[in-house]
Ligand binder design. Sequence first.
Ligand code: UTP
Length: 293
Amino acid sequence: MPAVKKAVIPAAGFGTRLLPGTKSQPKEMIPIVDKPVIQYVIEEAVDAGITDILMVIGKGKRAIEEHFDRNFELEYSLRQKGRTKELELIRRITDMANIHFIWQKELNGLGDAVRYGRLHIGDEPFVVLLGDTILQGDNNVNITKQIIDVYEAKGGSVVALEKVPPELVYRYGVMDGSRIDDGNLYRVNGWVEKPAVGHAPSDLVVAGRYVFTSRLWPLLDQVPTTVNNEIQLTSAMHLLAQEEQMFGLHFEGRRYDIGNKLDFIKTNLVFGLQHEEFRDELRVWLKDFIKEL
Ligand code: UTP
């Protein structure tokens, strides 16, 4: 079985829900404490053993490219000022992995964005990580690594799953499947995109991390486009689950979707409270602040 070494990161979306903050900057570049969201995502991929990353970007996303490119003027200036810590920080970003960029010409949905990876990835199994979603496993477990491990043990595609309150299933791609043994692993029968409340096959939904085999590629061409001319990734995943075995891993940890304002604010707070430089001061301040509410 070939090792999983390549990743596709869709990051072309407009980020409408974060406007006006995303009018002229990509949502993936908005910092959570001191790092842009996309850096957390890339670090997770690299830590999971990914060495080659294809990022699907679109209009107004050049800042992402620049973030992962070298900036010689800045490096020179930091060196002159003796700011070695900062110099190390920015040099590390460019050395993390081979990162390639491709433009999604029209924003025709997540499935269409992933489809841009076909030539680059070829016949190998690959990971998809959403560029606006950070996952934090309990005890610092790397969730992308976990789903790759499941792929290596079982074969077939693997999807990270999170549980949501039943009244929120209408926002997500929902799994239809059954649990294997007593653990967190599910055998997937299919997927339902944004079901009405009360009509969902489960409360386990896609969490922004996937391992796919190359059998996904032709299916992305087969699925019908929606009324908005979009190609749904979950529609292709539904077909894939009929063709080969597919697994879902209900991971232990938290998902931070920074694509909406409230979650973005919460994520900054949580990460601030975890940051070794700020956590103590922030905790004291927050406690005082809450007393006044
Ligand atoms: P979202 O559903 O969050 O859409 O996409 P969006 O356009 O980014 O944000 P809103 O709804 O306008 O606020 C989920 C992921 O899929 C990518 C996005 O970049 C995000 O990582 N995506 C979505 C694409 O790359 N291309 C698309 O055509 C659509």
